[in-house]
Each structure stands twice: as C-alpha cells, then as structure tokens.
Design a protein around this ligand. Structure first.
Ligand code: BGC
Length: 807
C-alpha cells in the first residue's frame, strides 16, 4: 500500500521523490497517461522492474470463455478482456556496457512528476552504473489529447564525469510476459500472448508492427518514429521481428553534451479495416505528430488542458490534500473520457487491467454527471456509444423474455459479460442510470438534436424494459421484483428503492421526450397508450417504507432482516465478499455501498428533509463501504443532513482512494468513479448542487476546515462560477461574449445571474442537527479535520484571469 503522504501535497503536481519498487504497480496506475483512446501505464521507460506492464487501446479486447460449473439459461457464454497491446513506451539504455536498471548500481536521484496542467509525466534520474559511470537521464511522456492516436516521449541522456558510449534502444514489443495476478476475483484474467503477428516493417527511422487477436478478430497497428539530436557521430538503425521492432542509437557522448531522442508512437485498431488501411492510418498519425514536433505536441497539450481547467477547475482552500486530489481525480476523469469517441469509459479508465477493462454503471452514475457540467461533448460520445450497443441490449432483453433493452452490467463491446447473474443481470438499474444520464445531459445543455437522434431511443427502450419487468398488484401499485440494487450484498429482492425511484424517473422522462419528438417516437412505435402505461407505472411505483421505524426500506422487508454481527467481524474480514458467502450477506442487514442513500442523492426530490436524516442515520450503521463507489455519496448526504465534518471525512476517502491506495488495489488501475466522486462530494455535497428540475439548485455550506470552495459548471453553454465562503456564496457568469442569464435556486430562493455582475447571497446559519451517525465498528472514514490541520493551509485563491488556470 502506498503510504500516506507518498506524494507531497502540491496544487498541480503529483510528485514521487524516491522510487519505491515495492509499490511500483500502484504508482504505475497513478502515473498512467491516457486520452480515452490510448492508455499507457506509468511503467519505467526501460520496462523493468515493473509492477504490471500495460498499454491499452479503448475497446481492444479478446474473448475468453466463461466456464460455469453449473450453466443456466441466459448465462453469457463468453467474456471480454482488455488486452495489453504492443508496448511503444520502451526505451532501454546501455551505459558503456551496462544496462541502465534501477536495481543495479546506485540511484542518487529518481523523481517522477505528473503535471496536471502540462499533461505530461516527467522523470529525472541520476544513476551510477556498477562500473562507476554516472549518467543523468530524463524523460517526458505524453498521450496527446489533440492527436488521438499519438503518444510521444522525449528521452535525454547525459554523461556526468567522463565520455561514455551510450546505446539507446527504442522498441515496440507485443505479447509482453505479464506477472501473475492476485486471487481477487475482480482482477483481470491474464491472457498469455494474445496477439498474432501479421506484419513487421522497418521504417526510415522506426518501425511498425501489425497484429490481430485470435478470437475477437481485432487488428492492431503500432508504429514508432524518431528524431535524434546527439553528437556528430551518432548512428541509428532499426530491425524488426514478429513481436518486436527496435531502433538503436549509438554514440559516444562527452560530459556537457547530451543525446536526445524524440519518440513518436502511433496506434490504430479496427475490427473492419484491412492491414494496409491500418498501416497507412498509423503512418499518417506519425506524420501528423512529427509535423507538430515535440514542442508542438507539448504546446497543444497545454492549450487543451488550459481550456479544460478554465471551465472545470475546483479550488478548495483549507484542505490542500483534497485540493491536490480533486484535481488529480478530474485529470483522470478527463483522461478516461476525453477522446473515447464512441467507445466506453471503463471503471479503471485505461490505467490498468482491473475488472477486465469493463465498463459498468459507474460511468453513467458517477463519471457522466461530472462530465455533463465540465466537458459535455464527452457525454455525447459516451451515450452515443451506449446507443451503438442498443441492438445487443435489445437482443439480451428478448433472451430474458423482456421488452425494450437490457443493457449489460459489465462489458467492453456491448454484450453482457457478467458470469454472476445476481450481481450482474439482476442489476437492471443500469437501464435507469443510462436514461438519467441522457436526461441530465439534455437538461443541462438543451441539446434537443441529441435527444431526438440518440436520447429518445435510449429513453424509450429503457422505459419499455421497466414496463415489462414490473407489474401492478391488486391495489394497483407497481412493483419491480427480483432486482439487485447498487448494494451487491442484497440481491434479487422486491422493490429496491433506488431501482424503483430511478425507473420511475426513467418512465416519466421517456414519456416527456416522446411528447417533444412525436414523429420520431411514432417511428419507434410509441403510441399514447404506451406512454400512458409508463406514466401509470411511474405514478403507482411502490416505495417500501417501515412505518414503525419511520425509515425507508432499501428493499421490501429489509428492516426486518437479521442484523449483521458487526462486533464479531474482525477488520481483516473486509471486504466481506472475499470472506463470507453471498448466502449470508444476502439475508442480513449489511450494505456494501450506498444504495438507498444514493437514491436520496439522485432522487432527493422523493424524500423530505426529515426522512433523509432518519434514513441516513439508519443506513450509516449498516454500510461497510466495501466498494469505492460509496464514500462520495455518503459525503453528499452527510452534508445535506448537516453532518458536515463527516461529509468532509467521506470526501477525503473518495478523493484519496488512489493517491493513498486506500482499498489496496490501485495497482489494477485507478478508481475512476471514486475520483469523479471527489468532484461530486464537493459540488453536490458542500455546494449542495442538485439538478432534479430544469433549474439548478444550490444549498452551499462548508465544513470547519474548508474556508472556501470554488467550482464552475457549464449550463446551457453558460459558464457559471460558484464561490462558496463560510457566510456567503457568490454566483458569477463568465461567458466569452458576456451575454446571457442563468436562473438558479440558492437555499430555495430564486436568483438571476447575469454577466454584468456577480450575485452574492448569505448562507443561512447551520441548523441544529442530532448526534453524528455511527458506522459499523472499524468502518468509520478517516477523520479529515486533523489531517487537514497537519497538512497546513492552502495559499489564498487569487482572482481569476479568464483563459488561464490559477497556480
Ligand atoms: C461495485 C459495483 C461497481 C463495480 C465496478 C463493484 O465492487 O459494487 O457497483 O460497478 O465494482 O466499479
């Protein structure tokens, strides 16, 4: 596990000042670079030592069998696993006659810095070989946001004391040997040699490899080209074989001189395109990269990120650790989704092989809400991808005897890949999660073209699913039986409250969208009778409630189940799913992750303030947070019901999930939903932002240690900036053309914001709240107050210059 404060607290960098080979796999995930299309783990340039080598292309997968001891009807037959593709980031170095390897010789300095504004990973090293030869090595790596198929590395070596013969080998390597993975069932299955060679070719100053997968039938091309700057007598040559290409640079360099190699890497893959077409595609991408050159690529990267931070930065005064973490989180969210372009955003992004590289509901429920208000174009792409898989979801619904579309619980290409149906197929709520992402995006942007072309069909097909899944009882109430909600420790039950409330909104949103796009809806076969049936179901949706305890039930009968013996559960038995049978978890009141509490966030309009407070306290005592998707939601609700310090603790957990490796599995990739959750915890928690209706509402209130919180939201093309201080909140519009108005609610009061003048409103004094709710023994989040105190306070927020991010 990465120790606390492994990375010094800095506002815009994640810095590792000393190489710790024991935690290499974790730091490879933290330092992973991606653009939504290409993902490079933060492996050392020379490839070894490594925790887990990893290079990924979004949706480049291999099929693997899903063996069942006892098969059943409708079980998916094969799984999909992300493939570690051709590694183009390898650069090995021979110093005189010894390979540069941090395990040998002496390492004086070793620093790696992830620069969140430059979008680069920089490494600088001072090393002495076992023969006593000292060299300085530095490398800077980027995965381009502006040139989607391109990554690049600047690699420099300099002798320190005496002339040295330096040999740099820059490579492309396919079918790398991967270390064995852990026993944790969530970890990706290892695929040995998944790539079959089709072609290898030496280029003028680089090489190209083409491979394909055996079962999934995908073809991949990877190419590299170089620009060299070194002493006059420097030679460069390339050789290629089936699984590798190597460009070798040789020279003798004097102290004070250096050799510099700029490496451009291009990737392309396709299920359709021919070998020549792919070869030309990567050739063209390389040409484009070289045309920009290293400094051009760096400048484009910086401009792209300047624009992103200008609309998306969140500033937190008083808790510098959270400040750093929320930016780190936003950076990884961006890396996961920026250039996915009709491909999914996976739970680990493109940072590791965890969960086989699958996409879950994490995307629509945690990641897309953040992107809706920061980078809406990425939401269009994510939902268009879902839409492109609609035929598979429809087919799956038919297999299950249902109407509409049954989207997969986990997948890469669109087919259901979950082999465990109680926590897979039965988690039908993913349909409503997708529908809600559509609703939110359209509400926040007014993009009716998107709604007509893409959103409408997603809404209609998911509404049809709900209508066919549920039934009206004799009293007319509508029930959804046999559902698994977000809490995977409660499965296949009646009337999961989260599912019911989200399905309710799904049914109504579909009926409303049909009203807006009558002709298109008619073409989808929707008539008045059908929308009336959706409305009836929504209006009659059963919401389980325990009148005696005066709390809602997560599922029908939940509050009558036996209590879990928390006192008798030692800390090492968590996560419970790895230590207790599902049978036992399912029949007791133990909650893996926010479920009813999540319903109180996204469907907060369905609960009164008093109900929220009572429910929150009840479920806190039973929620163990064995999923990283829980803390952010608990932060949001803790803040809403007035437990601001507890909310701050949960914010810390969500934000530091990977920087502190809190769940001890960052090695498999970062937790993109939890990182997005840091933004959610701040904006929806302390900003109190809700988007239940077509007007944004805010109920800002800060915990003791956060003095000031500033964030921006894109709303109908306007850029709304919210600046929360202890006693007041200022809303400002920052539109380029200085026109437009935004109406919003501040603690229930309607406020109009124009570009002319910011509006400042007082925050009402905090109302009295009861005692802080308790968690199961040993499951309380780490206390933030003391940590924030010892980390010192952040520099004050300076006034903002439009177009430039703040230091
Ligand atoms: C959680 C799911 C989540 C998945 C991927 C599981 O542990 O329970 O809700 O979708 O991880 O992040």
């Amino acid at each position: 596990m990465i120790r606390e404060r492994a990375y010094p607290v800095e506002p815009w960098h994640v810095r590792e000042t000393r190489l710790d080979v024991d935690v290499l796999a974790q730091s490879e995930s933290v330092f992973a670079l991606a653009n939504g299309h290409i993902g490079l783990r933060g492996n050392l340039d020379e490839g070894e030592p490594h925790g887990l080598p990893g290079t990924y292309l979004n949706s480049f997968f291999e099929l693997r069998p899903l063996p069942y001891a006892e098969a059943g009807y409708g079980f998916p037959e094969s799984g999909q696993t992300i493939v570690n593709v051709t590694n183009g980031k390898l650069i090995r170095l021979l110093v005189d006659d010894e390979p540069f390897d941090v395990r040998y010789g002496e390492l004086f300095d070793h620093e790696r810095v992830l620069d969140l504004r430059a979008g680069t990973l920089h490494r600088s090293v001072l090393w002495r070989s076992p023969a006593g030869k000292r060299v300085r090595i530095s490398s800077t790596r980027l995965v381009s946001f502006t040139q989607r198929s391109v990554a690049a590395i600047r690699y420099e070596v300099e002798p320190v004391d005496e002339p040295l013969r330096l040999i740099v080998q820059s490579e492309l390597v396919a079918n790398e040997v991967l270390p064995a993975q852990s026993r944790d069932p969530r970890v990706a299955a290892v695929l040995e040699s998944p790539l079959e060679s089709e072609e290898h070719l030496a280029l003028e100053d680089g090489g190209l490899l083409v491979h394909h997968t055996r079962a999934s039938g995908l073809r991949l091309a990877a190419a590299m080209g170089h620009e060299l700057d070194g002493p006059t007598r420097t030679t460069l040559s390339t050789e290629t074989f089936d699984d590798w290409a190597r460009t070798t640079v040789t020279c003798v360099t004097q102290p004070g001189e250096r050799i510099r190699l700029d490496k451009y890497i291009a990737y392309g893959w396709s299920s359709e395109r021919s070998r020549p077409a792919l070869r030309d595609q990567v050739g063209a991408a390389l040409a484009g990269a070289r045309f920009s050159g290293w400094s051009g690529l760096l400048a484009e990267q910086r401009d792209y990120l300047d624009a992103f931070w200008d609309t998306s930065d969140v500033r937190v005064e008083g808790d510098p650790e959270v400040q750093q973490a929320v930016r780190f989180g936003l950076f990884h969210v961006l890396q996961a989704g920026a250039r996915a372009e009709l491909r999914p955003i996976a739970a680990k992004g493109l940072t590791g092989p965890g969960y086989d590289g699958h996409v879950f509901w994490d995307t629509e429920t945690f990641v897309l809400p953040v992107l809706t208000y920061t980078l809406p174009s990425a939401v269009v792409s994510g939902l268009r991808w879902r839409h492109s898989t609609l035929n598979m979801a429809q087919e799956r619904a038919r297999t299950l005897g249902l109407n509409g579309a049954a989207f997969p619980w986990r997948t890469i290409r669109g087919q259901e890949c979950s082999a465990y149906w109680p926590a897979g197929t039965a988690a039908f709520h993913i349909a409503a999660d997708i529908a809600d992402a559509v609703r939110r995006y359209v509400q926040a942007t007014g993009d009716l073209d998107f709604e007509r072309e893409v959103g409408l069909e997603l809404l209609v097909e998911t509404a049809r699913l709900w209508r066919s899944l549920g039934h009206h009882d004799r009293a007319g109430r509508f029930h959804l039986d046999g559902m698994t909600g977000p809490d995977e420790y409660t499965a296949v039950k009646s009337d999961n409250i989260y599912t019911n409330l989200m399905a309710q909104r799904n049914l109504l949103a579909a009926a409303e969208a049909v009203g807006r796009h009558g002709d298109h809806a008619w073409r989808l076969g929707v008539d008045d009778e059908e929308t009336a049936a959706w409305r009836d179901a929504a209006n009659a949706m059963h919401i389980p409630y325990d009148a005696e305890l005066r709390v809602h039930q997560q599922v029908e009968g939940f509050t009558q189940l036996q209590e879990w013996d928390f006192a008798g559960t030692p800390p090492e038995k968590y996560p419970l799913l790895l230590n207790y049978p599902y049978f036992d978890l399912y029949r007791k009141q133990v909650v893996k992750q926010a479920d009813l509490v999540l319903a109180m966030h996204w469907r907060g309009d369905a609960f009164t303030a008093e109900e929220k407070a009572r429910n929150f306290a009840y479920y806190e005592r039973r929620t163990v947070r064995d999923s990283s998707l829980s803390a952010c939601t608990q932060a949001v609700l803790a803040a809403e019901v007035g437990h601001l310090e507890l909310a701050h603790d949960y914010l810390g957990e969500a934000a530091l999930m990977d920087l502190h490796d809190l769940n001890q599995n960052t090695r498999d990739g970062v937790h993109v939903a939890s990182l997005a959750g840091a933004w959610i915890a701040l904006v929806a928690g302390f900003g109190g932002m809700r988007d239940h209706a077509d007007i944004l509402s805010f109920t800002p209130r800060l915990p003791n240690r956060i003095d000031r919180l500033e964030f921006s939201l894109v709303w109908h093309g306007h850029r709304l900036r919210v600046d929360v201080r202890e006693r007041e909140t200022t809303y400002a519009l920052r539109n380029g053309d200085r026109s437009g108005t935004v109406d919003l609610l501040h603690h229930g009061e309607r406020v109009r914001v124009t570009c002319d003048e910011p509006v400042t409103k007082p925050n009402p004094p905090p109302s009295a709240v009861g005692p802080t709710p308790q968690q199961p023994p040993g499951r309380a989040p780490a206390r933030r107050a003391s940590v924030a105190e010892s980390a010192g306070s952040a520099p004050p927020i300076e006034p903002q210059t439009p177009g430039k991010p703040q230091a």
